[in-house]
Design a protein around this ligand. Sequence first.
Ligand code: ZN
Length: 127
Amino acid sequence: MPITPCAALTAHSIPRHIRDMFEARRQRAAPDACWLWPTTGSYGQVVWTDADGRRRQEKTHRIAVALDGRDIPPGKLVCHTCDNPPCCNPAHLFIGTHWDNHWDMRVKGRWLRQHPHLARGPSHAIH
Ligand SMILES: [Zn+2]
């Protein structure tokens, strides 16, 4: 079966009761801190049924971005600048591509931790 791209996720596509539930469960903190979804170390997930009866499943950090007023186009990812999957602070989230996610992962250090001799800065990183 071909993979069909997810529909765009916008604030309007999220039902009112899901928004209310999301705001009630998201653990708001200081503006620059991580706002954690109460899951253990991974992405939170929310499931609802659309007005047309289709089941919809979205990760909580994507909902955080949509409710922040940023529409997520089909096929785009939402990435964390804080590298903390349960975080739902819109200030820590950006819309990107698979490549952005991969690059972001590298510059944040997962990759550099394995290559400490390349961690001195961009001018030394590329040979
Ligand atoms: Zn965060």
